[in-house]
Design a protein around this ligand. Sequence first.
Ligand code: PHE
Length: 343
Amino acid sequence: MTANEALAQLEQRAAAELHAATDEAALRAWNTKFFGEKGEMNAALRLVSTLPADQRKAYGQDGNRVKQSLLTAYEQKLAIEKEASLLANLAANPLDVTLPGRTMSAGGIHIATRVMREIDAIFADMGFQVFRSREVEDDQTNFELLNMPPHHPARDMWDTFHTKTPGVLLRTHTSPGQIHVMKQFAPNPVRAVLPGMCYRYEAITTRSEIQFEQVEGLVIGPNITMADLKGTITAFARRLFGQERQIRIRSSYFPFTEPSIEVDIDWPKEDPNADRLTKGTGWLEIMGAGMIHPTVLRNGGYDPDVVSGFAFGMGPQRITMLKHAIDDIREFWKNDLRFLGQF
Ligand code: PHE
């Protein structure tokens, strides 16, 4: 049998076997058998080098034609087979496009931020502007200008983080912001709230953190009185905690206010936690406040004979704990999603 006859037979046999292959695995096996590294078709093509020189060209051309036509037929059949098996698969495992998709979990606004915004909004409605002031302060503004000279015993009320630079510290309360507001607005009347982070060098417990927010408020103008302070705080407490809330004022002491007070709100008796929260009194402290001390007004650039003012300072984390019955202040900055996701 000549090489040409063998090639013709091979072509016939390969075509017949291709015809007989009915699934993808059989097709691939066919491809390996004829066109794999040790495949029969490749072997037949290699024969060209054993032929007499005058037959090589014709044989080579013929071999290539056979190769191309077989491969084309193979590719076509493979494509048809793949399509068919995909359709069979879809029919066997139908896709239910009406099934609900998987929801993505979306982030939310931190509870501390939410309450802070709520407080800012209540005061904004009453005509207060929101004023930001720095967290890294100097001793002068955090203490001295607030009527606490060096070695004043009242400084002990605020355990302080000092920096390596003498006289530079992390503010222990938002009250130094009062000085910044006054210096900017004196001698004009002003109504401002100052939200922001404060720091105290204290043991961390369920009730105290070394980092917490405060909202300071101050109002300065002609004839501002304690009655204005009382009315403002009552309106605020009712917006935040409910229209039936009452406030109670107790005498207190801060070096930068005179007189100084602490403000309590009555806690709803229906709340099963009322007794524990209020230690049986029915009242809960929400802020410190008072009439701005004449010395502080003067330090801020105002004339205490012409204007007067009140100021208050509260801790929104404490207020949030009251509102949402949270009993551990450390939850706020722990970033535990099981806690944060509740709100
Ligand atoms: N700065 C005080 C504190 O941190 C609160 C306060 C603010 C009291 C303004 C009176 C007036 O405790």
